[in-house]
Design a protein around this ligand. Structure first.
Ligand code: NAD
Length: 329
């Protein structure tokens, strides 16, 4: 393999896979090898649109690549990824990593044996609106997230917890440095045969509580995140790319823009709060994920969301989903 310019291909060029092709064909750090989709018309159309090769067989594409983006429906992630990994290829697997934790464990084991990278497409982890959080010493006490989306057929091969809520589970697991203590969850099926609306509450060993609501039966998209910790309140609108931070100043800190609270019990005086609206860099999170994948193959970086993180998010998602099913029946 030429590590400097790895050869990259895409398997599955539907709604999202086409965007992978768009970014990868522009990326100057890799050589775009081509694409494969079981749907003949689809693969030819996308190959023509981006001036690249459509392979007539998955084996041929795999043979011609060092790394592969897998953007097929979730139910075939495990089968396709296994074939790539057994051939010694690095894989970027769209989220969720697989449909079952057993499948994820098998892939992780195979990746260790074949010395290849698994990266998982938990794209929200690269959402620019989350980046200002890096400037704080985070120790969240309470997190509340809402992710609502209008119904589409895409993604309905898995329940809403594995389709939408898993984004928030992954973000929350990356922010809370403590094992999950217990989970409460409930949900309902409305349009599909599986759960379309879910609510879950995770309590972590360190006392942090996270509450999430996900729905694919909504008129408008909503993606709101609120995080509370001692002396800090952060609210993020992922759709607007808007992050707002309310920070309580230390006793000896001054800020002319601070507002004063009413006197607070236990403090003997009021406290000063500053409001900040950090500038959010506009960047394409999918493009950044793929840049990270290529740099990881080149040995310059490590995956921001690796296979183990993808497996942890899936494990919690499946526990939530199983609890909802128990609750329904
Ligand atoms: P899609 O149905 O639009 O596209 C899937 C494509 O895979 C289709 O073109 C289909 O013909 C092809 N395909 C199916 N089986 C295949 C196989 N065995 N080999 C090769 N090609 C095959 O689906 P989508 O919306 O693009 O979703 C694809 C994946 O991306 C899913 O895992 C989904 O969860 C994930 N996704 C992630 C995000 C995100 O925010 N990160 C958003 C949307 C979708």
């Amino acid at each position: 393999m030429n590590n400097n310019f790895p050869k990259i291909g895409v398997i599955g060029v539907g709604h999202l896979g086409r965007h992978h092709v768009k970014h990868l064909t522009k990326n100057t750090e890799c050589l775009f090898a081509g694409l494969y989709d079981i749907n003949n018309d689809r693969r030819n159309a996308v190959a023509e649109e981006y001036g690249t090769s459509a392979f007539g067989s998955i084996d041929k594409l795999i043979e011609n690549c060092d790394g592969i983006s897998i953007v097929t429906p979730t139910k075939v992630h495990a089968q396709v990824a296994e074939q790539c990994i057994r051939a010694g290829k690095h894989v970027f697997i769209e989220k969720p990593i697989t449909k079952t934790v057993a499948d994820a464990d098998r892939l992780l084991q195979l990746a260790e044996e074949n010395n290849v990278i698994i990266q998982v497409g938990h794209i929200e982890r690269l959402n620019p609106a989350l980046m200002p959080l890096k400037d704080f010493n985070l120790n969240p006490k309470y997190i509340e997230v809402q992710r609502l989306a209008p119904y589409t057929d895409r993604g309905t091969d898995v329940p809403v917890v594995l389709d939408l809520m898993i984004h928030d589970i992954d973000i929350i697991l990356s922010l809370v440095n403590s094992p999950v203590k217990n989970i409460r969850a409930s949900g309902v099926s409305i349009l599909s045969d599986s759960v379309d609306i879910a609510n879950a509450r995770i309590r972590f060993e360190n006392g942090t509580v996270a509450s999430m609501t996900s729905s694919r039966i909504a008129r408008d998209k909503v993606r709101k995140f609120r995080m509370f910790q001692k002396d800090l309140y952060v609210t993020i609108d992922f759709l607007l790319g808007l992050t707002e931070i309310y920070r309580v100043l230390d006793k000896n800190e001054e800020d002319p823009d601070a507002i004063q609270t009413a006197p607070l019990d236990g403090y003997g005086s009021s406290r000063k709060i500053v409001y900040e609206k950090p500038e959010i860099n506009k960047m394409d999170a999918l493009e950044m994920e793929l840049v990270n994948f290529i740099a990881s193959i080149q040995g310059k970086e490590t995956p921001i969301v690796d296979g183990y993180a993808g497996r942890e998010a899936l494990d919690v998602a499946i526990k939530i989903h199983d609890m909802i099913l128990e609750d329904i029946h």
